[in-house]
Write a protein that binds this ligand. Structure first.
Ligand code: MOS
Length: 736
C-alpha cells in the first residue's frame, strides 16, 4: 500500500487482544541475557575461520611510500598480508546515488591516505593473537602531506553542501535581517558542540565466507539492503551474489548505517583463502575506522517583541566532513518547523577536513541542533524576564511555518503543560543562582523536543502453517530497540493469535527487503509492510472461510463472522496460507508536516566550590502517535535522555590538531554517562494516534528522547548558577 490518504480504521485500533501498547517483555530478551543470541563475532556457522586484523595509517594525509610485510608474513600462523600492492582491485569511492550507504567503499585500493587510522594492511592468521602479533610487524613508511584537522579556525573556508531531496542546506522566509535588526529584544549567541562517537556496546565485527561465487557476510549492520549493495558495488559483483546477515545487534545509533573495512577485507580475504575470515574492530580502532558525529558551530539569532512573540529566527550551522565525503550535520533542520515567526533563515555550511568520515549519530541534526536552539530560547526567556515554558507556548505555530502545510499531529503544548505540572516547574526560581542547599546551588531547566517522522519503502512476507504458527520474514534489523518484539505484537494483533504463535525472522538480506533501522523509521516502515501483509492474509482467510472480509473478526486463533467460525490452523492446513505486503511513502508526507514532540525538564545541583554538576532528576513527556509497546518505547525515550544528559555533561571526542587522531579513543577517556550520573529519570507518552503517518498510526520514537535533552540540563545549570556555558560539554572548568 501507498500512504496517499489517512490510514483507515483497522484491527490495530480495535486492539481486541490488547497487544497494541502492551508493555510486553522482549521476545529475544531471554536469549540475550542467557548469552544464546549470537552477535556477528560469535556466529558459529561454516568452516573454522581464519582471523583478520587491521593495520592502520599513522598519518592523516599523504601516501604510503614503502611497506615491508616480510616479517609479518614469516610470523607464526600467518596466512596472508594484504596491502595496496596485492589487494584485489575494487570500485572507487563514488558520490553518485541516493543511498550513500550503498556506495563502494574500497579498501587498500591505492597508496593514498585520507585520514588517520585508515587501513593500510590486513593480516590474516590462524588465530586472532597471531594476526595481531603479525600486524605489529608490518613496517609502513609515508610521504606525508600537511593535513587540516580543526573546524573552528577554518570557518571562512566553509562551503555550501550539495544537499539533495529534503536536504536543502538553506531556507529563507520573509526578511530575517530587517526583522532581527528591528526586534526590541534579541539574542545573538554562538554555540559549539564537540565530536561524539556512537559507543555501541557491540563493536563492529564481520565473518565472511563464499559459497561458490556468492559471499555470505555476518556483520553488525542497521541497513542490510545498503550493506548488500555496498559489498556488491565495492567487489563489483551482482547484488544477489551477496547475502548479509545481522540477526542480533548490540546497538547501532547510526554507526552501523555504513559498513567498513572489516566487512570488505574479510570478504576479499576469504575469497582468496577459500575459508571463512572473521574480523573485529577494537574499541580504539572504531574511533578512526568507523564514523563519528561532527563537531558543530552554531549561531542562533532570535528576535522578539517585548511580550515574547518571535519575529525573527536565524540558525546557521557549520560542520565538517572528510575531504572525500559529502555528509553534513543538518543541525538547523528542526528550526524550520518548531516555532512560529514571520521572518526566518537557516543555513548549513561544511568544512572539509583530513579526518575520518563524519556521519549520522542518533538524531543527526536535532541532537546537536537543539542543544543550541533550546539554549538560545532559554537565553531569550531570560532576556524577556519570561518563563521559558511560557515563551514556547507564545510561539506555537498554527501550521508548519516553512512548508506551509498542517502538522499531522502536534502536541507540544500538551507536553509542555503536562511536564511542567508533573515536574513541579512552578517551584523554579525565575532568578538564577538563588537556591542553595549547603554547598550546592540548585536549578531547573527545560527544553522542547522534536524529531522528524519518516516512512521508507519496505516489504514483508507472512505465512501461516497448519499448526497455526505465523512465520514472518523481512530484512528488518533489531539494533536493540525492540523490533522483534513490537513486530511480534503487530503480527499477533492483526491475526488474532498469541504472540507465542509468531515466528519473527529478521536480519537476513535473503528475506523481503526493508528500510532497516535508522532515522527512527524502522518500526513504522517494517511494521507497515507487516501490517499490509497481514491485512492480505486476513482477506485470504476470510475468503477461505466464506466470510465477508469486512465482517471477519480474528481472535484466539479463529476467524468468525456472519454466524461462521473456523480455526486459522485448520484453514491453513498442510499447504499453509501466504501473503506479501508492502509499504510505500506517498502524498501524506508532503501534505502534512510530521514530527514527534516532547518537553523535557531537568533539575541539577552544582557544587559552589568545584563546579561539579549532579543531575538530580529528569522528566520527559512525549507525544509520538500510537505507542506500540509501553516498555520498549520508554526504554528508547530514557536511553535518548541519558545520552542527551551525557552530551551536556561529558561527551567530547578530542582530535589532536597536529595529527588528526582521536586522543581519547576508548571508553575510559571518552566519558559517557554512567549510573551515578542519572539518579532519577522518567519518560511518559501522551495518548496520540496519527492516521497521517502510516497504517500503524505511529511516529518514530528512537531518536526523540535525545533531541533537546542536553539543553534542559545546560539550562538547569544556568538556573542554578547564573553561568551560561555555550561550549558543550558543560564541564566544571567552564562553570567556575
Ligand atoms: Mo540513525 S543516526 O539514522 O541510526
Amino acid at each position: 500500500m501507498e500512504m496517499n490518504q489517512p490510514a483507515p480504521q483497522n484491527p490495530l485500533d480495535q486492539n481486541h487482544q490488547g497487544l497494541m501498547g502492551r508493555a510486553m517483555d522482549r521476545v529475544d530478551g531471554h536469549l540475550k541475557v542467557t548469552g544464546r543470541a549470537p552477535y556477528a563475532y560469535e556466529v558459529k556457522e561454516g568452516a573454522k575461520p581464519a582471523y583478520g586484523w587491521l593495520v592502520e595509517a599513522t598519518i592523516s594525509r599523504g601516501r604510503v611510500s614503502a611497506i615491508d610485510t616480510q616479517a609479518a608474513e614469516r610470523s607464526p600462523g600467518v596466512l596472508m598480508v594484504m596491502t595496496h600492492r596485492n589487494a584485489p582491485k575494487q570500485a572507487p569511492f563514488a558520490h553518485e546515488g541516493e543511498d550513500r550507504f550503498a556506495r563502494p567503499r574500497p579498501q587498500l585500493n591505492d597508496a593514498r591516505i585520507e585520514y588517520y587510522g585508515e587501513p593500510v594492511a590486513f593480516v590474516v592468521a590462524e588465530t586472532i593473537e597471531q594476526a595481531r602479533a603479525a600486524a605489529a610487524l608490518v613496517r609502513v613508511s609515508y610521504a606525508q602531506d600537511k593535513g587540516e584537522h580543526e573546524l573552528q579556525p577554518l570557518l571562512a573556508k566553509a562551503e555550501k553542501p550539495a544537499g539533495g531531496e529534503g536536504k536543502e542546506p538553506d531556507s529563507h522566509v520573509g526578511d530575517f535581517d530587517g526583522a532581527f535588526a528591528a526586534a526590541p529584544v534579541k539574542i545573538d549567541a554562538t554555540y559549539t558542540t564537540p565530536m561524539h562517537i556512537h559507543a555501541q556496546m557491540e563493536p563492529h565485527a564481520s565473518l565472511a565466507w563464499w559459497e561458490g561465487d556468492r559471499v555470505i557476510v555476518h556483520c553488525s549492520s542497521q541497513l542490510l539492503e545498503s550493506a548488500q549493495k555496498c559489498v556488491a558495488h565495492t567487489l563489483q559483483i551482482p547484488e544477489e551474489k551477496v547475502r548479509i546477515v545481522s540477526r542480533y545487534i548490540g546497538g547501532g545509533f547510526g554507526g552501523k548505517l555504513p559498513i567498513y573495512g572489516d566487512v570488505i577485507l574479510s570478504a576479499l580475504a576469504s575469497r582468496e583463502l577459500k575459508r571463512p575470515v572473521k574480523t573485529a574492530l577494537t574499541r580504539q580502532q572504531m574511533f578512526h575506522v568507523t564514523t563519528h558525529r561532527t563537531e558543530t558551530v552554531q549561531r542562533l539569532r532570535l528576535g522578539a517583541t517585548r511580550d515574547g512573540v518571535l519575529t525573527a529566527i536565524g540558525h546557521e550551522a557549520w560542520s565538517h566532513s572528510a575531504r572525500f565525503d559529502d555528509f553534513y550535520e543538518s543541525a538547523a533542520k528542526q528550526t524550520r518547523s518548531l516555532y512560529a515567526a514571520a521572518n526566518r533563515m537557516t543555513q548549513h555550511r561544511v568544512v572539509k577536513l583530513d579526518l575520518p568520515v563524519s556521519d549520522s549519530t542518533r538524531a543527526p541534526g536535532e541532537a546537536v541542533g537543539m542543544l543550541a536552539l533550546e539554549c538560545a530560547m532559554d537565553e531569550l526567556a531570560d532576556a524577556l524576564k519570561m518563563d521559558p515554558v511560557e515563551l514556547r507556548l507564545r510561539n506555537e505555530p498554527k501550521q508548519d511555518p516553512e512548508k506551509n502545510v498542517p502538522y499531522s499531529t502536534r502536541q507540544l503544548v500538551a507536553c509542555l503543560q503536562e511536564g511542567a505540572k508533573r515536574f513541579g516547574w512552578s517551584r523554579r526560581s525565575a532568578q538564577p543562582g538563588q537556591v542553595r542547599e549547603g554547598r550546592w546551588l540548585v536549578g531547573m531547566g527545560m527544553c522542547a523536543t522534536t524529531r522528524g517522522n519518516l516512512l521508507r519503502p519496505s516489504k514483508c512476507g507472512v505465512a501461516m502453517d497448519g499448526e497455526g504458527v505465523l512465520t514472518v520474514k523481512m530484512s528488518m534489523t533489531d539494533i536493540g530497540t525492540g523490533s522483534y518484539t513490537v513486530l511480534t505484537q503487530i503480527a499477533a494483533e492483526m491475526m488474532g493469535i498469541a504472540p507465542e504463535k509468531v515466528r519473527m525472522l529478521l536480519g537476513d538480506s535473503d528475506f523481503p527487503p526493508t528500510a532497516g533501522s535508522g532515522g527512527s523509521f524502522g518500526a513504522a516502515s517494517a511494521g507497515s509492510a507487516l501490517y499490509d501483509a497481514c491485512d492480505k492474509l486476513r482477506t485470504k482467510f476470510a475468503q477461505g472461510a466464506g466470510i465477508d472480509p469486512a465482517q471477519a473478526v480474528f481472535e484466539r486463533g479463529r476467524i468468525s463472522g456472519g454466524g461462521k467460525s473456523a480455526t486459522l490452523a485448520g484453514l491453513a492446513g498442510a499447504s499453509g496460507v501466504q501473503a506479501e505486503g508492502e509499504i510505500k511513502p506517498g502524498e501524506m508526507e508532503k501534505k502534512f508536516s510530521q514530527q514527534a514532540y516532547g518537553a523535557q525538564f531537568a533539575e541539577v545541583a552544582v557544587d559552589m566550590d568545584s563546579g561539579e554538576v549532579r543531575l538530580r532528576r529528569m522528566l520527559g513527556v512525549f507525544a509520538a502517535g500510537r505507542i506500540l509497546n509501553a516498555k520498549t518505547a520508554r526504554s528508547q525515550a530514557i536511553g535518548g535522555m541519558i545520552w542527551g544528559a551525557s552530551n551536556a555533561l561529558h561527551e567530547d571526542a578530542v582530535v589532536d590538531p597536529r595529527y588528526g587522531y582521536f586522543v581519547n579513543h576508548d571508553l575510559a577517556e571518552y566519558h559517557v554517562a554512567a549510573h551515578a550520573d542519572i539518579p532519577a529519570i522518567e519518560a511518559i507518552f501522551l495518548p496520540e494516534v496519527d492516521d497521517k503517518t502510516n497504517p500503524l498510526k505511529i511516529k518514530g520514537v528512537g531518536e526523540l528522547g535525545i533531541s533537546g535533552a542536553g539543553a534542559a540540563v545546560a539550562n538547569a545549570i544556568f538556573n542554578a548558577t547564573g553561568v551560561r556555558v555555550r561550549d558543550y560539554p558543560v564541564t566544571l572548568d567552564k562553570i567556575l
